[in-house]
Design a binder for this molecule. Structure first.
Ligand code: C2E
Ligand code: CA
Ligand code: CA
Ligand code: CA
Length: 279
Protein backbone atom coordinates (compact mmCIF):
# COMPACT_ATOMS: atom_id res chain seq x y z
CA UNK A 1 0.00 0.00 0.00
CA UNK A 2 2.95 2.29 0.71
CA UNK A 3 4.33 1.74 -2.76
CA UNK A 4 0.94 2.56 -4.18
CA UNK A 5 0.95 5.75 -2.20
CA UNK A 6 4.30 6.63 -3.69
CA UNK A 7 3.16 5.96 -7.25
CA UNK A 8 0.14 8.17 -6.71
CA UNK A 9 2.37 10.79 -5.19
CA UNK A 10 4.48 10.81 -8.33
CA UNK A 11 1.39 11.43 -10.42
CA UNK A 12 0.17 14.08 -8.04
CA UNK A 13 3.38 16.06 -7.84
CA UNK A 14 4.41 15.74 -11.46
CA UNK A 15 4.39 19.53 -11.76
CA UNK A 16 7.95 19.69 -13.09
CA UNK A 17 7.77 16.71 -15.41
CA UNK A 18 7.20 16.89 -19.15
CA UNK A 19 3.80 15.87 -20.49
CA UNK A 20 5.27 12.57 -21.68
CA UNK A 21 6.66 11.72 -18.23
CA UNK A 22 3.37 12.70 -16.68
CA UNK A 23 1.58 10.29 -19.01
CA UNK A 24 3.88 7.47 -17.97
CA UNK A 25 3.00 7.89 -14.31
CA UNK A 26 -0.67 8.24 -15.16
CA UNK A 27 -0.38 5.10 -17.26
CA UNK A 28 1.09 3.16 -14.34
CA UNK A 29 -1.71 4.45 -12.15
CA UNK A 30 -4.24 3.23 -14.71
CA UNK A 31 -3.17 -0.39 -14.45
CA UNK A 32 -3.40 -0.06 -10.69
CA UNK A 33 -6.85 1.51 -11.11
CA UNK A 34 -8.09 -1.46 -13.12
CA UNK A 35 -6.97 -3.80 -10.34
CA UNK A 36 -8.51 -1.58 -7.66
CA UNK A 37 -11.77 -1.10 -9.54
CA UNK A 38 -11.49 2.68 -9.71
CA UNK A 39 -13.19 2.98 -13.09
CA UNK A 40 -16.90 3.60 -13.11
CA UNK A 41 -19.62 4.59 -15.51
CA UNK A 42 -21.76 7.70 -15.53
CA UNK A 43 -24.86 8.09 -17.61
CA UNK A 44 -26.11 11.23 -19.33
CA UNK A 45 -29.75 11.47 -20.44
CA UNK A 46 -30.52 11.86 -24.14
CA UNK A 47 -33.94 13.50 -24.20
CA UNK A 48 -36.74 14.33 -26.57
CA UNK A 49 -36.19 17.99 -27.42
CA UNK A 50 -39.90 18.84 -27.07
CA UNK A 51 -41.06 16.81 -24.09
CA UNK A 52 -37.65 16.45 -22.37
CA UNK A 53 -38.55 12.85 -21.72
CA UNK A 54 -35.55 10.59 -21.35
CA UNK A 55 -35.15 8.33 -24.39
CA UNK A 56 -31.80 6.83 -23.55
CA UNK A 57 -28.44 7.43 -21.91
CA UNK A 58 -24.90 7.92 -23.13
CA UNK A 59 -22.39 5.93 -21.11
CA UNK A 60 -19.41 8.03 -20.02
CA UNK A 61 -16.42 6.51 -18.29
CA UNK A 62 -15.09 7.97 -15.08
CA UNK A 63 -11.91 7.31 -13.17
CA UNK A 64 -12.14 8.05 -9.48
CA UNK A 65 -8.57 8.12 -8.24
CA UNK A 66 -8.15 8.02 -4.45
CA UNK A 67 -5.92 11.11 -4.33
CA UNK A 68 -6.25 12.75 -7.74
CA UNK A 69 -10.03 12.71 -7.59
CA UNK A 70 -11.90 12.42 -10.85
CA UNK A 71 -9.49 12.06 -13.76
CA UNK A 72 -11.30 13.26 -16.90
CA UNK A 73 -11.64 10.87 -19.86
CA UNK A 74 -9.78 13.31 -22.11
CA UNK A 75 -6.74 12.56 -19.93
CA UNK A 76 -6.96 8.78 -19.70
CA UNK A 77 -8.80 7.57 -22.84
CA UNK A 78 -5.95 8.62 -25.19
CA UNK A 79 -3.47 6.73 -22.99
CA UNK A 80 -5.71 3.65 -22.96
CA UNK A 81 -6.03 3.96 -26.72
CA UNK A 82 -2.24 4.00 -27.08
CA UNK A 83 -1.43 1.10 -24.77
CA UNK A 84 -4.43 -1.03 -25.69
CA UNK A 85 -6.04 -0.93 -22.27
CA UNK A 86 -9.08 0.55 -24.03
CA UNK A 87 -9.99 -2.94 -25.24
CA UNK A 88 -10.32 -4.16 -21.67
CA UNK A 89 -12.00 -0.99 -20.37
CA UNK A 90 -14.27 -0.75 -23.39
CA UNK A 91 -15.42 -4.36 -23.13
CA UNK A 92 -16.19 -3.86 -19.47
CA UNK A 93 -18.09 -0.62 -20.19
CA UNK A 94 -20.17 -2.20 -22.93
CA UNK A 95 -21.21 -5.12 -20.78
CA UNK A 96 -21.83 -3.06 -17.64
CA UNK A 97 -23.86 -0.48 -19.58
CA UNK A 98 -26.09 -3.18 -21.08
CA UNK A 99 -26.68 -4.66 -17.63
CA UNK A 100 -27.44 -1.18 -16.31
CA UNK A 101 -29.97 -0.54 -19.08
CA UNK A 102 -32.13 -3.34 -17.71
CA UNK A 103 -32.31 -1.62 -14.32
CA UNK A 104 -33.06 1.73 -15.97
CA UNK A 105 -35.95 0.20 -17.87
CA UNK A 106 -37.31 -1.39 -14.76
CA UNK A 107 -37.25 1.97 -12.98
CA UNK A 108 -38.83 3.79 -15.93
CA UNK A 109 -41.32 1.05 -16.78
CA UNK A 110 -40.76 1.65 -20.49
CA UNK A 111 -38.18 0.87 -23.16
CA UNK A 112 -35.00 2.94 -23.23
CA UNK A 113 -31.74 2.64 -25.09
CA UNK A 114 -28.11 2.79 -24.14
CA UNK A 115 -25.38 4.53 -26.13
CA UNK A 116 -21.76 3.47 -25.74
CA UNK A 117 -18.60 5.12 -27.08
CA UNK A 118 -16.40 2.83 -29.14
CA UNK A 119 -12.83 4.00 -29.69
CA UNK A 120 -11.01 3.47 -33.00
CA UNK A 121 -8.79 0.77 -31.54
CA UNK A 122 -11.72 -1.10 -30.03
CA UNK A 123 -13.59 -0.94 -33.32
CA UNK A 124 -10.63 -2.43 -35.16
CA UNK A 125 -9.98 -5.14 -32.57
CA UNK A 126 -10.52 -8.66 -33.88
CA UNK A 127 -12.51 -9.62 -30.82
CA UNK A 128 -14.87 -6.66 -30.94
CA UNK A 129 -17.87 -8.55 -32.31
CA UNK A 130 -17.40 -11.27 -29.69
CA UNK A 131 -17.30 -8.58 -27.01
CA UNK A 132 -20.52 -7.12 -28.39
CA UNK A 133 -22.29 -10.47 -28.55
CA UNK A 134 -21.14 -11.33 -25.05
CA UNK A 135 -22.50 -8.05 -23.66
CA UNK A 136 -25.88 -8.60 -25.34
CA UNK A 137 -26.16 -12.26 -24.34
CA UNK A 138 -25.05 -11.65 -20.76
CA UNK A 139 -27.42 -8.71 -20.19
CA UNK A 140 -30.37 -9.92 -22.21
CA UNK A 141 -30.44 -6.56 -24.00
CA UNK A 142 -31.46 -6.70 -27.65
CA UNK A 143 -29.14 -5.20 -30.25
CA UNK A 144 -31.93 -2.78 -31.20
CA UNK A 145 -31.57 -1.08 -27.80
CA UNK A 146 -27.90 -0.39 -28.32
CA UNK A 147 -26.31 2.61 -30.02
CA UNK A 148 -22.58 2.51 -30.69
CA UNK A 149 -20.96 5.93 -30.97
CA UNK A 150 -18.01 6.12 -33.32
CA UNK A 151 -16.25 9.05 -34.96
CA UNK A 152 -15.78 9.83 -38.61
CA UNK A 153 -12.11 9.04 -38.11
CA UNK A 154 -12.87 5.51 -36.95
CA UNK A 155 -14.67 4.79 -40.22
CA UNK A 156 -11.98 6.30 -42.39
CA UNK A 157 -8.94 4.47 -41.03
CA UNK A 158 -9.95 1.36 -42.96
CA UNK A 159 -13.29 1.88 -44.73
CA UNK A 160 -13.46 -1.65 -46.16
CA UNK A 161 -13.03 -3.18 -42.73
CA UNK A 162 -15.51 -0.69 -41.26
CA UNK A 163 -18.06 -1.73 -43.85
CA UNK A 164 -17.73 -5.38 -42.78
CA UNK A 165 -18.06 -4.59 -39.09
CA UNK A 166 -21.00 -2.25 -39.59
CA UNK A 167 -22.81 -4.89 -41.62
CA UNK A 168 -22.36 -7.31 -38.71
CA UNK A 169 -23.73 -4.69 -36.33
CA UNK A 170 -26.71 -4.13 -38.58
CA UNK A 171 -27.37 -7.89 -38.45
CA UNK A 172 -27.64 -7.45 -34.68
CA UNK A 173 -29.84 -4.37 -35.23
CA UNK A 174 -27.42 -2.22 -33.22
CA UNK A 175 -27.49 1.39 -34.41
CA UNK A 176 -24.46 3.47 -35.26
CA UNK A 177 -24.14 7.11 -34.24
CA UNK A 178 -21.52 9.43 -35.69
CA UNK A 179 -20.09 11.20 -32.66
CA UNK A 180 -18.80 14.78 -32.86
CA UNK A 181 -20.34 15.04 -36.31
CA UNK A 182 -18.74 17.69 -38.47
CA UNK A 183 -15.44 17.87 -36.62
CA UNK A 184 -13.65 14.99 -38.32
CA UNK A 185 -13.09 14.14 -41.96
CA UNK A 186 -15.28 16.42 -44.00
CA UNK A 187 -16.22 13.85 -46.65
CA UNK A 188 -19.92 13.08 -46.58
CA UNK A 189 -19.56 10.09 -48.90
CA UNK A 190 -19.46 7.73 -45.95
CA UNK A 191 -23.07 8.63 -45.08
CA UNK A 192 -24.02 6.94 -48.32
CA UNK A 193 -21.68 4.01 -47.98
CA UNK A 194 -22.26 3.01 -44.35
CA UNK A 195 -25.46 2.11 -42.48
CA UNK A 196 -25.53 5.09 -40.09
CA UNK A 197 -28.61 5.84 -37.93
CA UNK A 198 -27.73 8.85 -35.81
CA UNK A 199 -25.71 12.06 -36.19
CA UNK A 200 -24.53 13.72 -33.00
CA UNK A 201 -23.87 17.41 -33.65
CA UNK A 202 -20.74 18.37 -31.79
CA UNK A 203 -20.97 20.84 -28.93
CA UNK A 204 -18.67 23.17 -30.85
CA UNK A 205 -21.60 23.99 -33.18
CA UNK A 206 -24.12 24.35 -30.35
CA UNK A 207 -22.13 26.43 -27.88
CA UNK A 208 -22.57 29.81 -29.58
CA UNK A 209 -26.21 29.35 -30.55
CA UNK A 210 -28.46 31.18 -31.06
CA UNK A 211 -26.16 34.21 -31.55
CA UNK A 212 -23.77 32.68 -34.07
CA UNK A 213 -25.20 32.78 -37.59
CA UNK A 214 -22.48 30.48 -38.86
CA UNK A 215 -23.21 27.80 -36.29
CA UNK A 216 -26.92 28.22 -36.96
CA UNK A 217 -26.31 27.62 -40.65
CA UNK A 218 -24.25 24.51 -39.89
CA UNK A 219 -26.92 23.10 -37.58
CA UNK A 220 -29.61 23.78 -40.16
CA UNK A 221 -27.56 22.05 -42.83
CA UNK A 222 -26.99 18.99 -40.64
CA UNK A 223 -30.69 18.80 -39.71
CA UNK A 224 -31.64 19.10 -43.36
CA UNK A 225 -29.14 16.48 -44.42
CA UNK A 226 -30.32 14.11 -41.68
CA UNK A 227 -33.94 14.60 -42.65
CA UNK A 228 -33.30 13.68 -46.26
CA UNK A 229 -31.19 10.68 -45.30
CA UNK A 230 -33.70 9.56 -42.63
CA UNK A 231 -31.17 9.86 -39.82
CA UNK A 232 -31.85 10.91 -36.23
CA UNK A 233 -30.01 13.90 -34.83
CA UNK A 234 -28.83 14.46 -31.27
CA UNK A 235 -27.54 17.95 -30.44
CA UNK A 236 -24.72 17.65 -27.90
CA UNK A 237 -23.78 20.07 -25.16
CA UNK A 238 -27.09 21.94 -24.89
CA UNK A 239 -26.71 24.19 -21.86
CA UNK A 240 -29.33 26.92 -22.23
CA UNK A 241 -33.06 27.28 -22.79
CA UNK A 242 -32.29 29.55 -25.74
CA UNK A 243 -30.23 26.78 -27.41
CA UNK A 244 -32.98 24.25 -26.81
CA UNK A 245 -35.66 26.59 -28.20
CA UNK A 246 -33.54 27.29 -31.25
CA UNK A 247 -33.00 23.58 -31.93
CA UNK A 248 -36.68 22.80 -31.36
CA UNK A 249 -37.75 25.44 -33.86
CA UNK A 250 -35.55 23.80 -36.44
CA UNK A 251 -36.90 20.32 -35.84
CA UNK A 252 -33.98 18.82 -33.93
CA UNK A 253 -35.55 15.80 -32.26
CA UNK A 254 -33.09 14.90 -29.51
CA UNK A 255 -30.76 16.82 -27.25
CA UNK A 256 -28.15 15.99 -24.66
CA UNK A 257 -26.52 18.48 -22.34
CA UNK A 258 -26.25 20.02 -18.91
CA UNK A 259 -29.64 21.72 -19.38
CA UNK A 260 -31.57 18.47 -19.52
CA UNK A 261 -29.24 16.29 -17.45
CA UNK A 262 -25.60 16.11 -16.51
CA UNK A 263 -23.72 12.80 -16.56
CA UNK A 264 -24.73 11.04 -13.34
CA UNK A 265 -24.07 7.90 -11.35
CA UNK A 266 -26.39 4.98 -12.10
CA UNK A 267 -28.31 5.27 -8.82
CA UNK A 268 -29.02 8.95 -9.49
CA UNK A 269 -30.29 8.07 -12.96
CA UNK A 270 -32.51 5.37 -11.49
CA UNK A 271 -33.95 7.89 -9.01
CA UNK A 272 -34.66 10.35 -11.85
CA UNK A 273 -36.42 7.66 -13.87
CA UNK A 274 -38.45 6.47 -10.88
CA UNK A 275 -39.58 9.99 -9.93
CA UNK A 276 -40.78 10.59 -13.41
CA UNK A 277 -42.71 7.36 -13.32
CA UNK A 278 -44.67 8.44 -10.24
CA UNK A 279 -45.12 12.06 -11.34
P1 C2E B 1 -18.09 12.62 -26.11
O1 C2E B 1 -18.38 11.22 -26.51
O2 C2E B 1 -18.27 13.68 -27.13
O3 C2E B 1 -18.97 12.88 -24.82
C1 C2E B 1 -19.62 14.09 -24.53
C2 C2E B 1 -18.83 14.89 -23.53
O4 C2E B 1 -19.47 16.15 -23.36
C3 C2E B 1 -18.77 14.26 -22.16
O5 C2E B 1 -17.52 14.60 -21.58
C4 C2E B 1 -19.89 14.98 -21.42
O6 C2E B 1 -19.73 15.00 -20.02
C5 C2E B 1 -19.75 16.37 -22.00
N1 C2E B 1 -20.98 17.13 -21.92
C6 C2E B 1 -22.25 16.70 -22.00
N2 C2E B 1 -23.12 17.71 -21.94
C7 C2E B 1 -22.39 18.85 -21.84
C8 C2E B 1 -22.72 20.25 -21.73
O7 C2E B 1 -23.88 20.66 -21.73
N3 C2E B 1 -21.67 21.11 -21.64
C9 C2E B 1 -20.38 20.69 -21.64
N4 C2E B 1 -19.44 21.61 -21.53
N5 C2E B 1 -20.03 19.40 -21.74
C10 C2E B 1 -21.02 18.48 -21.84
P2 C2E B 1 -16.66 13.52 -20.81
O8 C2E B 1 -17.55 12.62 -20.01
O9 C2E B 1 -15.58 14.27 -20.11
O10 C2E B 1 -16.04 12.65 -21.97
C11 C2E B 1 -15.13 13.22 -22.88
C12 C2E B 1 -14.83 12.29 -24.01
O11 C2E B 1 -14.16 11.11 -23.55
C13 C2E B 1 -16.09 11.77 -24.70
O12 C2E B 1 -16.58 12.74 -25.59
C14 C2E B 1 -15.54 10.53 -25.38
O13 C2E B 1 -14.87 10.88 -26.56
C15 C2E B 1 -14.53 10.03 -24.36
N6 C2E B 1 -15.15 8.97 -23.55
C16 C2E B 1 -15.87 9.05 -22.40
N7 C2E B 1 -16.26 7.84 -21.99
C17 C2E B 1 -15.78 6.94 -22.88
C18 C2E B 1 -15.84 5.51 -23.01
O14 C2E B 1 -16.47 4.79 -22.22
N8 C2E B 1 -15.19 4.96 -24.09
C19 C2E B 1 -14.53 5.73 -24.99
N9 C2E B 1 -13.92 5.11 -26.03
N10 C2E B 1 -14.47 7.06 -24.92
C20 C2E B 1 -15.08 7.66 -23.87
CA1 CA C 1 -19.99 10.20 -27.43
CA1 CA D 1 -19.69 13.79 -28.81
CA1 CA E 1 -16.61 15.36 -28.11
Amino acid sequence: AKETGKARCVVYSARHSTPAEHDISLEAAMFQAVREGEFMLYYQPIVDARTREIEGFETLMRWKHPTLGMVPPVRFIPIAETNGLINLLGAWALKAACVQLKQFEEAAQRPLYISVNISPRQFRNDRFLDVLDDALAFSGVSGAQLVLEITEGTLMIDPAHAETILAKMAERRARIAIDDFGTGYSSLAYLKRFPISVLKIDRAFIRDLPASQKDGAICNAVLDLAKHLSLSVVAEGVETEAQLAYLNERGCQYVQGYLTGKPMAANVAVAALTERHYE
